[in-house]
Design a protein around this ligand. Sequence first.
Ligand code: ATP
Ligand code: MG
Length: 757
Amino acid sequence: MTSDLLTTLNEPQQQAVLHEGAALLLLAGAGSGKTRALTHRVAHLIHLRDVPPWRIMAVTFTNKAAAEMRARLEVLLGQDRLPWVATFHASCVRILRQEIEHLGYSRDFTIYDDQDQLRLLRELLKENKIPEKDLKPRALAAFIDHAKNRGLTPQACAHQQIEDPGLIELYRRYQQRLKQGNALDFGDLLLLTVQLFEEVGAVRTRWQERFAHLLIDEFQDTNRVQYRLMQLLTGPHTHLCVVGDDDQSIYRWRGAEVANILGFDRDYADTRIIRLEQNYRSTRTILDAATAVVEKNSDRRAKKLWTDNPAGEAIHLETSADDLDEARFVASEVSRLQRQGESLRDIAVFYRTNAQSRVLEEALRGQRIPYAMFGGVKFYSRQEVKDALCYLRVLVNPADGMAARRIINTPARGIGAVTIERIVELETEAGGFMAACRLALERNRLSGAAAQRVEGFVELLEDFRQRLGRLPLAQLMAQILQDCGYTPALQEEAQQALNADGRQEAKGRLDNLEQLLAGMEEHSSKGGSLQDYLEQVALMTDLDQHDPTIERVTLMTLHSAKGLEYPLVFITGMEEGLFPHSRSGSGSADLDEERRLCYVGMTRAMRKLYLSHARRRRVYGTWQFNAPSRFLADIPATLLAGYRAALAPTTAANAAPAPRSAAHNLAGLADLVAAEEMDQSAEMITRQPAARPTPAPTDHPADTGGLRLGARVRHLKFGPGVVRRLEGSGDQQKVTVYFNSVGTKKLLLKFAGLMPG
Ligand code: ATP
Ligand code: MG
C-alpha cells in the first residue's frame, strides 16, 4: 500500500510530496488533489524519510477533515505511526494544557462556547450599567472576536487606539472575568497560544524544535492570529508546507485574510510554488460552469483547471414558483434518484442560510427520505445536554462561573436571583464561584432559607466530586442527573404534562440525555478521560457527528461544505438577495466572496449538479420576490438544462438553446431587485445555533402572497406596474396589474415572476 504513495499521484503532486528545503506553497483550484497531495506528503515523510510521526503537525480546517486525514494515513501507514493531525483550535488546546501555567491559568481550564460567552457579556454589561439597547451583547462579542482573530489583546487594542476606549475597557474586563473563571473562549485558544509563544521564549523554542514539519490545509481561510501562530511555530529548521486555493476563500467575514496565501511567498523567501491543474473530482460540465462563475471576480490570480473526466450531464436548472415548490422538487428528484439505484449517501443539498432548511426538511420527511442536517441546533448546545455537561464542568473546574450559574438552580432548588447576585459579588475575592458560595455561607451573607439551599447545593457537588474518578463517566453522569433531581423531573413531565406537546418534548429531552450517556460510554471505552471528553465536546461542531455509513441525504450550508465532495449536489435558493446574500453590495468585496462561495458549492459536485431558484419565498411570514441569482447568468447556456424556462416561462416549450445575450439580461434584471435583509447575517450562519425564523403562518384562502393593492411591481417583460386587483388563492391566485408599457394585464401569480417595483 505504501507503494501507492507516489504512483497514485500526478507529476506535480509527486513533486509536492518529494519537495525538500524551503517552504512549499501548493496553490490550486478545487478538486485538484491538494488535500490528497498533502496527506501523501505526510505519509512519505514518515515512511520513507524516517521522520518520527510526533515531529509532524498537520493542520486542517475542521475536525471532520482531521478525522478523514487520519483515517487515510492509517490506511497508508498503519495505526501506530500517526502524526499530530488537528485543527488550529484543537492544536492550541493541546499546547495550552501543557503550558498555560506560564500565563497564570491552571491546566484544567474550561472552554466557553458561544452561549457561555454571551451570558458572561450580558452580565458584564449589566454590571457596568450599559443597557442592551445601547450595546448588544452580540455586538460586543463580535468586536472581541474580531480583535482576537487579528491577534489583538485589550492592551494591544488600547495601544493602537482602535475602537472606542469604552469598548476596549469592556474587552479588558471580559478577559479578567474569563481568567477568574479559569476559562478560555474560542478566540482565546489561539490568542493565548500566540501570547505564550511571544512572551516565553524558552517555550517557543521547545515547540519549534519539536516540529520538523508543519503542514496546513485550506490555508486561504486562515486569519491573522493563525498566521502569526504558524510563524511562531516555524523555527529555523521547520519545514513549512501550506495548501490552498484563493478562489475558495469564504471566511473573510470571520477574519480570514486571503492575503495570507497571496502574500505567503513574500514572507518566506525562496518559497517553492507548485500548481495543480488537473481536476479529478467533477465532470467537465460542472467544472466549466463553476469556472465561469468564479472568473467574474476581478481580483484573482488566473488559474488553469482542466479535467480528463467526461462532460457528463448538463446542469439541471429548476425554476419554482415558491420555496415550498422548490423543496418538493428536491424531495421528488431525490426519491427518483433513489429509485434509479443511487445511494442517499451520495446526495447533498446545500443552501445559503440555515433558515432555508425548514421547508426542505419537511419535504424530505413528507417523502420519507432520511436526511442528516448540519448547522441547526448543535446537539451539545441543547438545553438538557448543556445542563448535564455543566455539572461535569463545575466538578472539573470549580471556578467555572458560567457553568455554576447555570446549574445552581437547575433543576429548581429555590435559589433565586438575589441569592445568586450575593454570591457573584464575592466571586473575585473568593477566586471562583463555588468558593464564593462557601464564603457567602461563612460570612452569613444569605438569608436562612437561602443559606440552607446553597449549602445543600455545595454539599451535593462535593458528594459528586467524591465519586469522580471512581465511577465510569457515563455512570457518574447518570447518577448526578438522578440524584440532583434532573431526570426524575423530566420523567414526571413526560408522563404528566398537561398537553401532548409538553410530554413529547420531555421525552425528547430524556432521549437526548440517553444519547449523551451512550456517547460518554463510547468515549470511556476508548480510554478517554473526563477532561478529554469535555474538551472534545467544546470543540465539536455538529459536522463531526456525521456518520458517512448511514444511508441518508446530507443537508448543510454552503459554508460547511468546504473541502467535501458528493456525486450528486443540489444548490437551492439561487436568488438575488439570498445568494448572493443581500448583505453584499454589488461590486463589493462581499460580492466577490459570495461568488467564491458559489464556486465552492458547485465544485463539491462530482457527477451531477442541480441549481434551483424560487420566484418567491416566505420570509418572516411575508412573501419576498427574488430574481434569479446573477451567478446563474454567468453559466454558459450550453451547460444548463432548463435554462429557457428560467428566462421566460411562456416560451419554455421552445427547445432552442438560449442565446448568450439573453443570459446577460438575466444578470441585468437581478440588479433591479431591492436587496432586502434576510433573516440571518453570515455570522449567525455558523455561530448561532437556533436562528430560525418563526414559522410562517399557514396559508390563508385570501392570502395575497404579501402583495397588496396599489403595490408597485416589476415584470420581466412588461416592466413597472401597479397592482389593481387580486383574486383566488394558492396556485390559482391571479393578479391584475396596470403596466405603464402595455396597460392592464391579468396574470397567474405563480408564473408572473413579479418583483417589487
Ligand atoms: P478542494 O479544493 O475542494 O479542497 P482538493 O484540491 O483538496 O479539493 P482532493 O479532495 O484532494 O482535492 O481531491 C479531489 C478528488 O480527486 C478526491 O476524490 C481525490 O481522491 C481525487 N484525486 C486527487 N488526486 C488524484 C489523482 N492523482 N488521481 C486520481 N484521483 C485523484
Ligand atoms: Mg482539499
